[in-house]
Design a protein around this ligand. Structure first.
Ligand SMILES: [Zn+2]
Length: 284
């Protein structure tokens, strides 16, 4: 699989003149012509100082003029909760020092969805985790974490609705998603498929490692066409930490103690994920 991807990368680069393909221990990387804001500053990296260590980019959902959902229990806004949870995960990973870690935003600012995953791509991230908090205003009994990975077809109506809502965040910034012109669709599709497989593996691992620390929904892994997960060459998940509309979940994910528990489960999953990947690459 890897060999065929590399061949395609070389062919595509020669034919289109717009992509230079490469690879590292974690898979194929593609430079998309014109993608992202090339001059924009990249966030700082914390954790291991070894550039060979895997890089995790955490993406606190919403921010700035986009507050996300609001908790009916005390009025906390999703954009603040996601930032606090992401900071807790970052701090746990940095203290452990096994991986490198960066955040798409470290304060209350608005980012369009495309810029979020462009940051991960430009930094050469090995894993992208977008952090959110769920809301079900008409069902305050709904609780637990959910992990979304990319699918062109949403797995059910609820997932489709979420994709529609989340993708609307771009409209707030006046930007629209457009397909990259001049890139080799075959190459991108292949890389995307590989990333989707790795993302699904990570979703299962996060359920296993996170379950001792925080509750999951019974159907914890769902698929949706979420724009923020569309980096073709960075395995990506969207993690809904729990429901702001459920009083038990809200108290948990809004508290520093609950955020530390979430961070422990996430750290364990991330470190196990990369240990497995290294083992698989060494065994080839
Ligand atoms: Zn959200």
């Amino acid at each position: 699989m890897k060999r065929s991807l590399l061949c395609l990368a070389a062919i595509a680069a020669a034919l289109s003149g717009c992509s230079k393909g490469g690879h590292d221990a974690e898979g194929v990387t593609i430079d998309l012509a014109g993608a992202g804001r090339a001059g924009a500053a990249l966030p700082r990296i914390m954790g291991s100082r070894d550039p060979a260590r895997p890089l995790v980019v955490l993406d606190p959902g919403h921010g700035g003029k986009d507050p996300g959902a609001t908790s009916p229990y005390g009025g906390r806004r999703e954009k603040d909760v996601t930032l606090a949870v992401a900071r807790a995960i970052r701090d746990a990973l940095a203290a452990s020092g096994r991986v490198r870690v960066a955040m798409t935003r470290e304060d209350d600012r608005f980012l369009v969805l495309r810029d979020r995953y462009d940051i991960a791509r430009r930094m050469g991230a090995n894993l992208f985790i977008s952090i959110h908090a769920d809301a079900a205003p008409l069902n305050d009994g709904a609780r637990g974490a959910t992990i979304y990975t990319l699918s062109e077809v949403a797995s059910d109506r609820e997932a489709a609705l979420l994709a529609e809502q989340q993708n609307k965040a771009d409209a707030i910034g006046g930007a629209t998603l457009s397909r990259d012109a001049g890139v080799n669709r075959v190459l991108i599709d292949l890389a995307q498929r590989e990333s989707m497989g790795i993302s699904a593996d990570f979703a299962a691992l996060l359920r296993r490692e996170g379950a001792p620390y925080f509750p999951f929904r019974p159907d914890f892994h769902r698929f949706a066409a979420l724009a923020v997960l569309k980096a073709p060459d960075v395995p990506s998940i969207l993690f809904e930490t729990g429901y702001l509309t459920n009083n038990i979940d809200a108290a948990y994910i809004e508290s520093p103690e609950g955020q530390k528990q979430i961070a422990q489960g996430m750290k364990s999953a991330i470190e196990t994920h990369f240990a497995r990947r290294l083992y698989r690459i060494a065994a080839r």
